[in-house]
Structure formats: C-alpha cells, structure tokens
Design a protein around this ligand. Structure first.
Ligand code: DP6
Length: 323
C-alpha cells in the first residue's frame, strides 16, 4: 500500500479558462500561464493499493463511498497514471482519501487530491526506492499527469512557488517566506464547480482583455516575488483576484462566488491603505490573506469590529507531497 499527502496551492496568477481539447492528453490546458504558492498544513492524505483481479474497486473520500461521478473521475485518473507507467489496468484497487480542510470552499481540494493520487499510484507501481529516483527525474511528467486530473493539481507537485505554462508546472525560483491565512466564511460545498467557471469565463466581454494584460502582470508579480517585496506583490494579487471574480460575474451564465460576508470584508479591506497583508480569492467565498507575519490576532480584532464570524485557517508555504 502507498500513502501520500499533498497540499493545495493558492494561485497568485489564476488559471481561469481552458483551451479546447481533442484528446485526454490535452485535458485542462490553460488559456494562460499561472503561478501559485503551495500550502503546508492543509492537505489531502491518500492511500492506494491494488486489490487483485477478482476484487471490486473501492473508493472512499472523507470516509464515505465516493459518488458515481467521483468514482469515474478517479478511476480514469488511476488508469491514466498506470498507462503512463506502462502498467496493466485490469486490476481492481482501493483508495481512501481524506482532506483535513473543508472541501469545495475556495481551498483548492482538487489540486491536492489529484496531486496525491498521481503520486500514490506511481509510488505503488514503482515501489519506494524507484519512485524516489523517478520523482527526482520526472517532476514535469508527474505535474503533467496531475494536470490531466485537475488543472491546478499540476502546481501541487512541488513548492513553495510553482509556475504552470503549457503542459506542466515547474518550480519558480523564489524563496519569499509568505503565509496564507484563510477566512472560512462558509463550509458549504460551492454551488458552481470550477470546471463550469472555466467555460463561462470565455464568454465574458472582459476575458480577451484579461489575456492581453496577463503577461505583464505575471512578469511584475515574478519580479516582486524574487525581490521579496510584499508592497508590490500585494496590489497585484488583489487586482488579479478581483479580475477573476469580475469575469465570473460577467460571463454566461453569470457566477457569483463571494458571499455577502466575504464581499463586506473585502470592501472594508480595500479602504485600509496602510496594510501589510493582501487578499486573494479562488472560485469560492473564502478569503486568502497573504502576509509575511502572523496576522491572526489582527484579523480577530478586525472581524469583531465588522461583526463578522468565520473560522480562521492559518497556513504557510509548503514544499510538495510527502510519501
Ligand atoms: C480559481 O483546477 O479546479 O482555483 O482543471 O477543471 O479541475 P479543473 O479546474 P481547477 O481550477 C482552479 C481555478 C482556480 C484558480 C487556480 O487555481 O489557478
């Protein structure tokens, strides 16, 4: 049996919009390059083992049997990894996968889930020693496979910073020590999956302008990360996050991911000019705050002042899956 834990990542420049694909290898290719920070405490823990030809495949997510859609998606991904490693695909297997953070709320659980699954299958097929060598030499292949499960998973195969361009993500050589403090305003599963958001984005009248603007924003953001300059990085993060939500709001169908509470918090924050923490958002209602120092005490004061209730998840940067 293999056991792997992988972390979600928070995108600083977002993957929002896919190229149309004609085959499985082309699944989840992005319309733009993206850059993210891998997290450390939030994780998906996945156990994988083959159970023999006559057994039936069992997949449990969060200690419950997976839904038909999740069984299909997961089985397809296992076969994809097995095929890439030239391993037979006719054996039944069992998977147990659990998150230590709430799913579908803007902490990218599909990223950690597919990174963990990709590693767990490869580890089981190759064995610990060969996998270690394979991992050292084939990070791009692992990233490419993880991407075929879920685009953002391509960036969860290493850390702390990953840049995804084309088929796979690679390490971006910055060492800026940042934290991600997440305000969980809602634990409800998000109503619109990001796969639908990627589709609707392209119908937004703002989408083509965004694609033109992104290379310059990415360059500036990379420079700010390398220079370890949060004052330059922060406004870029906020501009990027707001743009994603504006594109979602103006696409067809229109999608609103923010809740009244998260909108209220962001509006308040935007008026505070003297800050050393900055927000970013994924496709969900929760707010990620990027900082160099521990800001949880300041946030508690701020939330009380605004009369807002939420859970606070304090995370920091991570270095990729552990097995
Ligand atoms: C808003 O990776 O979840 O988090 O490829 O369809 O699985 P699929 O989409 P997914 O999209 C993530 C979108 C995002 C931004 C990002 O992580 O870059």
């Amino acid at each position: 049996m293999s056991e792997v834990s992988a972390n979600p990542n928070i995108a600083f420049i977002k993957y929002w919009g896919k190229l149309s694909s004609t085959c499985d290898e082309d699944r989840n290719l992005a319309t733009n390059a993206s850059l993210s920070m891998t997290l450390h405490k939030a994780r998906t823990q996945t156990r994988f083992e083959f159970s023999g030809q006559s057994a039936t495949t069992k997949i449990c997510i969060g200690q419950k049997p997976a839904s038909t859609a999740d069984v299909e998606k997961t089985t397809r991904h296992v076969h994809r990894v097995l095929q890439a490693l030239q391993h037979r695909t006719d054996l039944a297997f069992s998977i147990e996968s659990e998150n230590n953070f709430p799913q579908g709320t803007g902490i990218a659980s599909s990223a950690s889930a597919f990174a963990a699954l990709t590693f767990a299958v490869a580890l089981e097929v190759l064995g610990p020693r060969s996998f270690k060598e394979f991992h050292g030499k084939n990070l791009a292949l692992l990233s490419e496979l993880a991407r075929q499960g879920s685009g953002s998973a391509s960036r969860s195969v290493a850390g702390p910073f990953m840049k995804w361009e084309g088929k796979a993500a690679t390490l971006f050589p910055a060492r800026f020590g940042l934290r991600d403090t997440i305000l969980i305003f809602s634990r409800d599963h998000k109503k619109v999956p990001s796969s639908e958001g990627h589709l609707s984005a392209q119908s937004s009248p703002l989408f083509s302008e965004r694609l033109l603007r992104l290379p310059a924003r990415l360059k500036q953001l990379e420079q700010a990360l390398l220079a370890e300059n949060l004052g330059t990085l922060g406004p870029l993060l906020e501009e990027e996050a707001l743009e994603l939500h504006e594109i979602a709001r103006t696409g067809t169908p229109a999608i609103t991911y923010l809740s009244p509470e998260s909108s209220q918090f962001i509006e308040f924050l935007r008026l505070q000019k003297q800050r050393d923490f900055y927000f970013t958002l994924d496709a969900g209602p929760n707010v990620h705050l990027i900082s160099e120092r521990d800001i949880s005490a300041d946030l508690k004061v701020l939330l009380a002042k605004l009369n807002l209730k939420c859970e606070i998840w304090e995370d920091e940067q991570g270095f990729g899956p552990e097995y």
